[in-house]
Design a protein around this ligand. Structure first.
Ligand SMILES: C[S@@+](CC[C@H](N)C(=O)[O-])C[C@H]1O[C@@H](n2cnc3c(N)ncnc32)[C@H](O)[C@@H]1O
Length: 227
């Protein structure tokens, strides 16, 4: 696994098996905030006092860490539950080597270091659980609802198994009525599979490139008031 520096100065790695980096080279931390935490409206959810996040393909955990920053900036007392799916312990070990400019990243490090329990970390305002295994199998074992889903596998070309209608149906089953799913891809096949799974789909922000990212929700209409 080769280390790379992205354009915003944050570190990512290159995965030889998938022949792809873990993040956009235009900025790994910029992507975590710009394509995930901000468009998912993590700060809005924080106002309700509790936010539940499903982080699909946790990797270095930048997306969850960015969301924690936004949530606690808005409401320092907000309780956050993060459930993360990841099948490769090698990338989790890399968490201990990087220091992105995300205030909450120390919590991700603590969790991965197994300070409390292996890959499970709790403190009064956070429960973070990293489930190691194939996301396609592990997601079927979950049976509670999430407000935010970060869908961040390798690209549809390189990792098509995590962009199928079946996988999105599992995410649709788990998302709350007003929840938001964010993903970097705007591929037609991805959006069609999301729509077939019962999501309403719209453009997310274009960060670092012309093409937009994608946001999906069972119901965007009710999202002005989250409480
Ligand atoms: C683009 S990277 C995710 C980057 C991550 N969200 C972050 O903030 O660092 C994709 C991740 O998906 C994981 N992955 C690939 N196939 C998987 C599978 N079937 N189940 C679970 N994780 C998988 C890889 O190990 C890799 O960490």
């Amino acid at each position: 696994m080769r280390e790379m520096t992205t354009a915003d100065g944050s570190i990512t790695f290159f995965n030889e098996q998938y022949d792809e980096p873990y993040h956009s080279l235009t900025g790994a931390v910029e992507e975590a905030f710009g394509k995930y935490a901000i468009p998912c409206r993590a700060s809005e959810y924080a106002k309700s006092g509790k936010v539940r996040i499903l982080d699909v393909c946790f990797g270095l955990g930048y997306n969850s860490a960015a969301a924690l920053d936004m949530i606690w900036e808005e409401n320092p007392d907000c309780f956050v539950e993060v459930t993360a799916l990841e099948n490769d312990e090698a990338i989790l070990r890399k968490v201990l080597e990087v220091n992105p400019r995300i205030d909450s990243y120390c919590i991700i490090k603590n969790s991965v270091a197994g300070i409390m329990d292996k890959y499970s970390y709790s403190e009064p305002r956070l429960l973070l659980k990293i489930i190691i295994g194939d996301a396609r199998e592990e997601i079927k074992k979950l049976d509670w609802k999430f407000d935010l889903i970060f869908h961040d596998p390798f690209s549809p070309k390189k990792c098509p198994e995590l962009w199928t209608e079946e996988f999105f149906r599992d995410e649709r089953r788990l998302i709350s009525d007003q929840g938001i799913l964010a993903t970097f891809s705007c591929a037609r096949m991805v959006r069609d599979n999301l729509a077939r799974s019962g999501f309403i789909v719209k453009d997310g922000p274009s960060i670092g490139r012309k093409a937009p990212s994608t946001l999906a929700s069972p119901n965007f209409l009710n999202q002005e008031k989250i409480s």
